[in-house]
Design a protein around this ligand. Sequence first.
Ligand code: GAL
Ligand code: ZN
Length: 657
Amino acid sequence: MYVGADYYPEHWNRERWPIDAGLMKKAGFNVVRLAEFAWVNMEPQEGSYDFELFDEALSVLHANGISAIMCTPTAVMPAWLASKYPEALAMKGDGTRHVWGVRKDNCYCCDDYNRLSEAVTRAMAEHFADVPNVIGWQTDNEFGAPTCMCDKCLAQFQAWLKDKYGSLDSLNAAWGTHFWGHRIKEWSEIPFPADSNAHNPSACLDWKRFHSWLVVEFQRDQVKILRRMCPKHFITHNFMGLFSGLDYYDLASDLDFVSWDNYPVWGKPGIRYDASLGADVMRGLKGKNFWIMEQTAGPSGWGTFGRNPRPGEIRSITYQQLAHGSDGQVWFRWRTCTAGREQYWHGLLGHDGEPLRRYREAAQTASELHKLAPHLAGTKVRAEIAIIYDYDSIWSLEIQPGYPENSVVKAIGRYYGALFRSGVAADIVPPGTDLSKYRLVLAPAFHVVPDAVADSLDEYVKSGGILLTDCRFAVKDENNLCHERTLPGKLSDTFGIRIEEYESVDGGAAYHLSYGAEGKEFTVEGYTDWVTAMDAESMGKFYDGHLSSFAPVTRHGVGKGVAWYCGVVVTEEEFYDNLVRDLLREAGIEPVADLPNGVEATMREGEVGRFLFIVNHLDMAASVSLPCQGTELLTDKHVAGEISLAGFGVAVVRVEG
Ligand code: GAL
Ligand code: ZN
C-alpha cells in the first residue's frame, strides 16, 4: 500500500531534502506527489525544459525508498505564458480576463495554452518515463474552474451545439425557444446562458455539459500522451468528492483509478457523513477502489485557519476512507509552507519542520496501514444497495431547485445518513447502471429522467427489485423540459400513485404527519407532494385537514418487486431512520452491526476474507456489540461480544466463519 504526503521540494533548500526524505522513511512513507504547480520550474522559458530540480529530488527520495507520482503542471501557467499569450487567461462574464497570479485561470479553448500544455506533458513524460521511482501520474490539479467566456469558447460552444443537435430546428425544440420569443435563427446568435436564474434552463444545462466536455477533452489530450510514452505508469486525477462542476463519471473514464481530496475537519468534531458519501461517490465513478491524494493534516485555511485535528482524528479520518475502499493514502501536505497563499494550510510538519504530534500520528497510521495491506489486498466494499447519482439531475436542480434549498446531495443525504446510522453500505451509481445485482435502489431527487431510464426502473422493480424514489422524481426530460404527464409520469402505474398537485412548504409553514407503527409525529418543511394512492398502500398520515386524503409515503407491490414513493421532506432524522428500516426489512438486508451514535461500521471483503471496520467519529468512548467474532488486526487480539473504542478509536476485525 502506498502511504505518503504531497511534497514540494521546490519550496525548500536542497540541504533540507535528505532530512525530509529521512523523516518520511522513518514514518513509513513510501510515496509523494510532486510538481502539480511547478510548470515554471520545469519550463523556465517557452520550449526550454529543465528537470534538474526534480531529478535530484527524485534521487534523494529514491535513496530513501520513496516513490513518486508526477503531475502535469497545468493548474498554474507560468508568468511568461500569460504575458506572451494573454488569451490563455480565461475571460470573466464582464469581458475582462483573469489577472495572472492565482491558479486555475486558463481558457480551455486557447490554442497556445493547449499546445503548451501538451508540450510540457510530452517533455515530462519523455523525461520521467524510466526514472525508477516514478510510478504514476496525476493530471493537472482539481479540475473544475474556470468557466471562460471568451469569443473562442463561445464559438466552441456553438459548434458543440451544432454537433449535438444537427439543425437549429432541433435545438429550438430541445430548448423550448417558443418561450419569450427566444427562437434562434443562426448558430452565431447563441449567447452564453450565464445567468442560471434567468436564462433558459435547457440552454443552461447544455452549457454545464459543454464546460464539462471541454475539461474532459483537455485531460484526454494529456492522458493520450502519457499512455503512449509512459506505459508502465498509472494515471489518476485528484477529484473533489461532492463537487458538481464536472461530470465526474466522464472525467474518470480515461483514468486508471480515481483519487480524491478529503478535507473533513471543519467546525466542531462531528460525524463525517460527507466524507463517507464523498468516498462512496468516488468509488462509484469507476466502480472500483480509489486513493486519497490529499487529506487534512492540520488546521486549514487561506486567510484564517480552522481547528486542529484532535489527537486520534488524523488516524480515524484515514480509517474511514480505508473502510470505504481507499487503497492509497497521501496527506496534504508534508510541511507547512512559509510563503504564499497557503501559509496557514498546515501540513503534518509545521513551519518549523519539526516532526511533532501530527507527524507521529501519521507515522503510526502509516505503520498500521502497512500491517493491514496484505490482508486487504483485493478487498472491496460489497453493497446490496445502490443510490443513483446523476449529474443531469444535480445540474438541473442547481438551475431550478424547485423548492428552496433543494439539491441532489441534500436529498441523498437524508437517506444516506439513515443508512450510515444503521451500518449498511451503499454503492453510488450513475443512471443506466445494471441494477439487477442490487436488492434495494434509492433514487432521491432523481429529477431528469429520460423515458428509457424510467422504463429500466420499471423493469428493475417488476423483476424483483425494491425501489424508492421521492419528491420531484422525473419532472424533467433530458432537455430539461418538463414532461407532459401527471407525475410521477411514466411510472405512475409502477408506484400506483398520481400526483396532481404539489407545493413548497417554506416561510415557517409546516405540515405534520405520522409514520410507522409507533404513530410518532414528524414535521414536513421544504416540500410536499399531494400524493393520491391509487393502487398503492398509504404508509403514513397527514394531520393537516386539507392533506388528509393524501399519502406522505406509499408502497406498491408490482411484478416481483416493490416500489416506494416518499413525497415529503421531513425535518427529523428519525423519520428517515424509520423509513430506511422498513426498506431494509422489505429488501431483507441486515445491518453490519448495531451501532451507537457516532460510530460507523463497514465491511470490506474479497477472496482473502471479510474485514469489519469500526470507526468512532466522536471524541468520546463508545462500545459496540460485535455481530461476529474474529481477530482485531491492529492489536492482534481475538474479539467477540462487546468491543470498546476510545474517542476517535478504530478497529479492524478479520471476521471468522
Ligand atoms: C486543494 C488543492 C491543494 C491545496 C489545498 C489547500 O484543494 O488541490 O493544492 O490548495 O486544497 O488549499
Ligand atoms: Zn475561453
